[in-house]
Design a binder for this molecule. Structure first.
Ligand code: ATP
Length: 357
């Protein structure tokens, strides 16, 4: 019926058709990038109200972080820059890691695609990197057992290895992908990476239409720079994930382009894929805003605001590929605000509202 059709088109809403979302600008270029997102959302009429939370990087306590976590639990989603930890306290842990752990955001997804017209080492890359996001080498369990000897724990659990592998195979199935490659170092870390690989091997049997292979992390890095087109969907532990995602982002044009998505069973956080702070380029109007804008589009899609996501995404694409307004990190000489102004110009011709066809 017409009513049913309408209902499926209306995004699940919180208040009067609008969504309330947490915004964590973080340090470095985070705040300026968030200003751009807000300008664009306002211009496109996105039904989003941001709850902005600044986390003081120098504070020893965790009050700001607790407040941020409470806000995300209430809103379900957040858009995020990179939060710095500047406390002198040696026990101060990364707030970014703490946030992911507290919200149990067990998987990080980065869809790495080449952008036409952006200078890069390889063309036509299309790799979906799926990374375990909460344990592994990021367990933050380090201690000095005796003076001069430090131990650091890498934790692999069957449950989390299984959740991330399941996500990778389901993703491949849903998106018509052909192959999942599990990346590991099980020849050396026989128990931890061994378990990660074993779990993926076992699960792969439930997905007979998807090819599953595995590759050792060092060879993966070499293959990525020499022959990246062999990769389709990749499944890996936390530290390998951050390294490999940076390698791939480097291959297609750097830190300023791709977004990353963090999911758990209940919450989601959207952010630039390589999670850089960009302290050195802050306030200079040269940071590439595309990665954060792509993260904001991911968030709109996640919330079901597909029309808004589509027009903003098309405006980003036109700016980058057709109009070729590029910041210095990808070889251009335009400023961040040149990009935003161009996007706003495009949007001014196509305002949308959620119930437009
Ligand atoms: P720090 O905390 O010291 O800033 P980091 O690990 O977060 O370090 P960065 O130095 O911020 O990493 O980023 C790595 C490189 O990527 C830097 O050369 C930075 O200028 C560049 N970079 C990161 N984000 C962007 C962006 N949006 N646009 C252009 N360059 C970027």
């Amino acid at each position: 019926t017409v009513q049913k059709k309408l209902l499926t088109r209306i995004p699940g809403a919180q208040y009067g058709g609008r969504h309330s979302c947490t915004m964590l600008p973080g340090g470095g270029i985070g705040p300026e990038l968030m200003t751009y997102v807000r300008d664009i959302f306002q211009y496109a009429g996105c039904p989003i109200d941001f709850e902005v939370i600044d986390i003081d990087p120098t504070s020893a306590g965790n009050d700001d972080l607790d407040y941020a976590i409470m806000s995300i639990k209430r809103n379900g989603v957040a858009l995020k820059g990179n939060i710095e930890t500047k406390s002198e306290d040696i026990d101060a842990t990364s707030r970014n890691v703490a946030l992911r752990n507290e919200l149990d955001l067990f998987v990080n997804v980065i869809h790495t695609r080449s952008f036409e017209g952006v200078p890069s080492r390889h063309k036509d890359i299309d790799i979906v990197l799926i990374r375990q996001n909460t344990d592994g080498e990021y367990a933050m369990l380090e201690h000095e057992s005796v003076r001069g000897i430090v131990e650091s724990m890498k934790v692999v659990t069957e449950e989390n290895a299984s959740r991330v592998a399941r996500y990778a195979f389901d993703y491949a199935r849903r998106n018509n992908r052909k192959r999942v490659t599990t990346v590991h170092k099980a020849n050396i870390m026989k128990l931890s990476d061994g378990l990660f690989l074993e779990v993926a091997n076992k699960l792969s049997k439930e997905y007979p239409e998807i090819e599953h292979n595995n590759m050792i992390i060092d060879n993966t890095c070499m293959q990525l720079v020499s022959n990246p087109k062999q990769f389709d969907v990749m499944n890996m532990t936390n530290l390998y994930g951050t390294i490999v995602s940076n390698v791939i982002c480097g291959l297609i044009g750097g830190a300023g382009l791709l977004s990353g998505r963090n999911y758990g069973d209940h919450y989601a956080i959207f952010e630039p894929g390589t999670r850089n702070t960009g302290t050195a380029i802050a306030g200079k109007n040269i940071a590439n805003p595309i990665a954060m804008l792509n993260a904001s589009v991911d968030m709109l899609n996640h919330l079901g605001h597909r029309e808004h996501a589509k027009v903003i995404s098309q405006a980003i694409h036109q700016t980058l590929v057709v109009d070729r307004i590029h910041t210095p990190d990808i070889g251009g000489n335009h400023s961040s605000t040149d990009i935003i102004e161009n996007i706003l110009r495009i949007l001014s011709k196509k305002r949308v509202h959620w119930n437009h066809d």
